[in-house]
Design a protein around this ligand. Structure first.
Ligand code: AMP
Ligand code: ZN
Length: 655
């Protein structure tokens, strides 16, 4: 056997053994044997560097010091999961699935409490690894992921695929790490998830290698080569990716629930942390049919284990005005440890919540924390209520502008409806300048507050009218910082319009919905002119959002603001990838009517949308085209009256 062959054999055996060890959890050789082969390989390679193979296990362990992490734009949106915390919540989800899918089959998986990863393989080679980030932009952590020992550098098949999974720190490795840190006088990590996240952001890759991170993979991002989730997991195993073995089929709520009960019992004894159970519809075709909301897949849900609880005392309550005028109570409490962090504030949500829970000053309460949200009061310990407990006073006037507060009948919130309430305007402007909105660096809460107090800005457009002299009036502002801020403000005029839409703070319009609206309509003017109907044809935009958008733009105040922003030369166009550009029906509003014979209505709709059209239900002056099947009735008549272009089903098919 020549050297080259020996090296090849060693590499292949070592990779196979690693696969058996990590992925299959069935080692076929002793550790000793593995180490011997490894040592031999290192020796041969160091004597013959030209013969080092790319797939050699030694190649993953050479360490580097990184200078930082680059942003990574995911080619698909990496969705997160909707959460439920009770059997009822889960059961509601299950019923919704059953409405759309006749006999769904579910697969239940453990929800690994680690860090979400996506791995990009090209021709079987690991080329990139990134964190999820906000789902669209993450961080490129390829070098670090290459140092996780169970992540294959080379898949068993030469395919190109993007896989999603979770990196975690096994409990044992976590304990060992914290012991070591204690010895070194370093602060301990609060939990394995924080430790895993901290590890993957290390600039010294040798740290990653030593800490013993591990992975589980559970999903293909983008189009899948398989038909069911189960097949995907089996395929992952064949490819050499580690999948979690604890999975379970279920046909109904009872079966799902029994898996959850079992997982709850076994949680402590598992070698890694889990924070719940993920339930997924097994068939990928059915998953497609269910689709996504703006934020989450409808075909999966995370059942989270009941949250952590702690007992403490209510010291005082503050009322603050948000940008929509809602006045919310927050309790200041005796500091207490909850879910491994110290907390001293909890939300009381609203007046109804306070009266329903009967929370008083000096009460002892149980607070809880679910996920990353701020703690909330779960209940009062009435048996411990002191005789001098003080009922909370609900404010009658706005804490900022003193105008009367209103409690609308159909909502629980207490509101300041003074449109000139400084608190609201200030919060609105802080939001406008914030990162996900116009991202004006340097225009944070403190600066906005000062500008506001000095009467230098009253609304969004005023930001663009600020001069250097104005900024020099602010604390800690000199020539340089003033110029820097002016530059940032000026720069933001060119933002793609979704940032502006989000920044306007329209009710129910988060940054995702803003982007979808921008992508769909292409331009702010078009959104402002669109009817509720035209907005709600967008598959992921519901009635509530559509109504809120339309209401917003119908207000005189908003229209005035739009024209001022336009005068200030803000960009109103979407600058990202438009949906279906250049389709021959791009930007056209199309109505379908009558019976179609060769296409289903959904197929026709999909075809029209692929051609760039927006399909709406009823014919109006804005309609550009009517596609009429057999026996078309009133819609056809109306379209004819309005002189709208009309196509038959075969016209559509001909394209
Ligand atoms: P959350 O971060 O609480 O919104 O929950 C969503 C995250 O759960 C996903 O982004 C994944 O990183 C993670 N996760 C853990 N285990 C699984 C699993 N078996 N299937 C899907 N997601 C999982
Ligand atoms: Zn007010």
């Amino acid at each position: 056997m020549n050297l080259q062959e020996e090296i090849k054999n060693l590499v292949e055996s070592l990779n196979q053994w690693a696969y058996e060890y990590y992925t299959l959890d069935k080692p076929s050789v002793l550790d000793f044997e593995y180490d011997q082969a490894y040592t031999r390989l290192v020796k041969l390679e160091s004597e013959n560097p030209s013969l080092i193979r790319e797939d050699s296990p030694t190649q993953r362990t050479g360490d580097v010091i990184l200078s930082g992490f680059e942003k990574f734009q995911h080619p698909f949106n990496l969705y997160s999961l909707a959460d439920v915390f009770s059997r009822e919540g889960l059961s509601e989800w299950e019923s919704r699935v059953c409405k759309a899918i006749p006999n769904p089959e579910y697969i239940c998986e453990l929800k690994i409490d680690g860090l979400s990863l996506s791995l990009y393989y090209e021709n079987g080679q690991l080329v990139n690894a990134a964190t999820r980030g906000d789902g669209s932009i993450g961080e490129n952590i390829t070098e670090n992921v290459k140092r996780i020992s169970d992540v294959p550098q080379t898949l068993k098949e030469k395919i190109s695929i993007v896989v999603r999974g979770e990196a975690y720190l096994p409990k044992k490795a976590f304990d060992k790490l914290n012991d070591e840190r204690e010895l070194q006088g370093l602060s301990a990590f609060a939990n394995p998830r924080n430790a895993a996240a901290g590890t993957l952001r290390q600039l010294d890759t040798s740290v990653v290698r030593k800490r013993g991170l591990a992975t589980f993979f559970y999903q293909v991002a983008g189009s899948s080569p398989k038909d069911t989730q189960e097949e995907v997991l089996e395929y992952f195993e064949e490819l050499g990716l580690v999948v979690n073995k604890e999975r379970h089929f279920a046909k109904n709520m009872d079966e799902i629930w029994s898996f959850i009960e079992q997982a709850t019992k076994r949680r402590e004894s598992l070698p890694y942390d889990i924070d719940g159970v993920v339930i997924k519809v097994n068939s990928l075709a059915e998953q497609d049919e269910l689709g996504f909301t703006v934020k989450y897949p409808r075909w999966a849900i995370a059942y989270k284990f009941p949250p952590d609880l702690a007992e403490t005392e209510i010291l005082s309550v503050e009322w603050t005005v948000g940008r929509t005028g809602v006045v919310t109570p927050t309790a200041n409490m005796k500091p207490v440890t909850l879910a491994q962090t110290t907390v001293s504030r909890a939300t009381l949500h609203n007046v109804d919540y306070i009266s329903e829970k009967d929370v008083r000053l000096k009460d002892r309460v149980i607070i809880y924390k679910a996920g990353d949200i701020i703690p909330a009061v779960e209940r009062v310990l009435f048996e411990k209520r002191p005789i001098d407990s003080v009922p909370l006073e609900v404010p009658l006037n706005c804490p900022e502008c003193n105008s009367d507060l209103i409690h609308f009948e159909d909502e629980v919130a207490l509101r300041c409806i003074n449109p000139l309430c400084p608190a609201q305007l200030r919060e609105r402007l802080i939001h406008f300048a914030s990162r996900d909105a116009m991202n004006i660096v340097g225009l944070g809460e403190k600066v906005v507050t000062q500008l506001f107090e000095k009467n230098l800005i009253k609304d969004e457009a005023d930001i663009y009218r600020l001069r250097k002299e104005d900024l020099l009036l602010l604390d800690k502002f000199g020539e340089k910082s003033a110029e820097k801020l002016l530059f940032a403000i000026d720069n933001s005029r060119g933002n793609s319009v979704e940032k502006l839409i989000f920044g306007l703070g329209i009710r129910h319009v988060g940054s995702k919905a803003a982007k979808i609206l921008a992508q769909h309509f292409g331009n702010l003017k078009k959104i402002a002119e669109a009817s509720i109907e035209e907005i709600s044809v967008i598959p992921t935009i519901g009635e509530t959002v559509a109504t809120a958008v339309s209401n917003y733009f119908n207000q005189a105040g908003s229209q005035k603001l739009m024209s001022e922003l336009q005068e200030e030369m803000l960009n109103f166009d979407f600058l990202g990838d438009p949906v279906q550009t250049g389709g021959i029906l791009a930007g056209k509003i199309v109505v379908l009517t009558g019976k179609l014979t060769s296409l289903s209505r959904n197929q026709a709709k999909e075809k029209l949308e692929n051609l760039g059209a927006t399909v709406t239900e009823s014919v109006s002056k804005k309609t550009n085209l009517l596609v009429a099947g057999e026996d078309a009735g009133s819609k056809l008549k109306k379209a004819q009256e309005l002189g709208i272009e009309i196509w038959s089903e075969s016209d559509l098919k001909a394209i």
